[in-house]
Design a binder for this molecule. Structure first.
Ligand code: HEC
Length: 317
């Protein structure tokens, strides 16, 4: 009898372990698949976001440079030319003001740059690097190209660039960029006769280029991605805990009660009080039905005992 009892308990625990293990395994697998899909999606999204951010930054810098250029031509040049002091003022040259202001920005943001890179520059600072030369050659090879965007590594920093071709479309440019003898004397005094000459009408002489580092958006993307994953895992752990508590309370406890009571009843122990039932869910219904069944069994057993006693008495008399 005692052995039977302990086997019953062992069974209860075994079933309980199996059910929770099963549910937890299913939960974990579902979570793993869900998390993987969400992670891939989030990763692609943050990458896309980073690209959008650098594109936006680069376009903004380009617009600033263009604004400085027209400001120079429309507002600074007329005033300086009025001065009529016989001097040449580089401040009237849009390429000068745009590059100067960009270089000031660069002091605060070292990896951001704006450059008017040409093969044969007036100011040696504007000489195209090999990477920039490659871009200029692409523009020369395909004159219909009006913009190039891409990524490149500059000093170990992954960067994004936007490049436009510099094409000489205005014959007035040639006053200073064709033959040295045509250029203002004051300009030649500053820059010499070496660079920035010999440009042709409609020739692509260089590229106007903005470079923006990926560092900031990539870091942001990584942080966003990490916090997303951490919150997903945290959410799952809480869910996991809550579901386990709920299963234990709502399912495992009543199932164990029924099993124990069924064991006792089958062993002939009919005097135990009924299982207390509260609530109205399916489990409560099951417990009530079990209690009813047990009551019927007890009644039948009592009836049979009475009949047995009656039969004995009848036999005696
Ligand atoms: C009054 C003379 C003058 C005229 C006209 C002129 N430039 Fe220049 N340009 C210069 C000088 C001087 C520089 C160098 C500025 C500096 O020190 O940054 C320069 C620089 C440039 C640069 C930067 C690369 C380099 O050579 O250093 C480009 C690009 C350029 N000019 C394009 C043009 C275009 C396009 C036009 C016509 C719309 C034009 N320039 C008209 C004088 C002139």
């Amino acid at each position: 009898m005692l052995r039977h009892h302990s086997v019953g308990h062992w069974l209860i625990r075994e079933i309980a372990l199996n059910l929770t293990t099963k549910i937890n395994l299913i939960l974990a697998a579902t979570f793993f698949v869900g998390l993987s899909l969400a992670a891939v999606n989030a990763y692609l999204l943050t990458e896309d976001n980073a690209l959008q951010q650098v594109t936006d930054q680069a376009e903004l810098i380009m617009q600033e440079a263009l604004a400085v250029r027209s400001y120079t031509v429309n507002e600074v040049r007329p005033l300086l030319n009025q001065a009529n002091d016989g001097k040449f003022h580089p401040q009237t040259i849009p390429a000068y003001s745009a590059t100067q202001t960009a270089n000031l920005v660069r002091q605060a943001r070292p990896n951001y740059s704006y450059k008017e890179a040409v093969f044969n520059p007036t100011n040696p600072r504007d000489k195209a690097t090999p990477a920039e030369e490659r871009i200029i050659r692409q523009f020369i090879a395909d004159p219909s190209l009006d913009k190039l965007v891409g990524s490149q590594e500059i000093d170990g920093v992954k960067s994004f660039y936007i490049a436009y071709p510099i094409r000489i479309t205005n014959p007035r440019c040639l006053a200073c960029h064709s033959k040295p003898k045509n250029a203002p004397a004051g300009m030649r005094a500053i820059y010499g006769d070496e660079g920035g000459f010999g440009w042709q009408l409609n020739e692509i002489v260089g590229t106007q280029m903005v470079v923006v580092p990926y560092t900031l958006p990539t870091e942001l993307a990584r942080k966003t991605f990490l916090s997303f994953i951490i919150s997903m895992v945290a959410m799952f752990l809480v869910l996991f805990l809550v579901i386990n508590i709920i299963i234990r309370k709502l399912v495992l406890k009543p199932v164990a009660q029924i099993t124990r009571m069924a064991d006792e009843t089958s062993e002939g122990n009919l005097r135990k009080p009924e299982i207390k039932v509260t609530g109205n869910d399916e489990i409560a219904d099951m417990l009530r039905a079990f209690n009813r069944m047990r009551r019927s069994i007890i009644k039948i057993v009592q009836m049979m005992k009475k009949m047995q006693a009656q039969a004995k008495r009848n036999l005696k008399s």
